[in-house]
Design a protein around this ligand. Structure first.
Ligand SMILES: [Zn+2]
Length: 135
């Protein structure tokens, strides 16, 4: 089996640029997750009955869209280091798989190299590591 050379080449370059984009976007997502975790930790009033505004965790560097979410919903997403909250339409076509669509926001799961970045930079994981180290 031999695919036409032209086709092969364009596949490869499309893939390479997708990886580059994903890594910058992945870092942004990890950063915004940390910001949202800060928002959460500073707000003791945030409960199941009150929606709090966090920031869209999509890969777009210019996005500052708010997402309203209750504390338990937020916690459910954060239980998975590869999951992020984004506005509808903000899921990255490369690297994000939409797993939950609640209308006002989506929960996406990182696939491919972005998933590794997401796990590596999970602030909750780092915190657990630090606590283990001081024990
Ligand atoms: Zn966004």
């Amino acid at each position: 089996m031999s695919a036409p050379n032209k086709q092969k080449r364009s596949d490869r370059s499309a893939q390479a640029s997708a990886v580059e984009q994903a890594s910058a976007g992945d870092l942004r997502q990890a950063l915004f997750r940390e910001v949202n975790d800060q928002i959460q930790s500073l707000n003791a009033e945030w409960t199941a009955d009150a929606e709090e505004v966090v920031l869209c965790e999509c890969t777009n560097p210019d996005c500052q869209e708010p997402i309203e979410i209750t504390a338990p919903e937020y916690e459910t997403v954060r239980r998975f280091p590869t999951r992020f909250l984004v506005k509808p339409g903000h899921a990255s076509p490369v690297g994000d798989r939409v797993i939950i669509d609640l209308g006002s926001y989506l929960v996406v799961e990182k696939v491919g190299p972005g998933a590794e970045t997401a796990i590596r930079l999970d602030p909750r994981r780092a915190k657990a590591r630090d606590e283990a180290a001081t024990r």
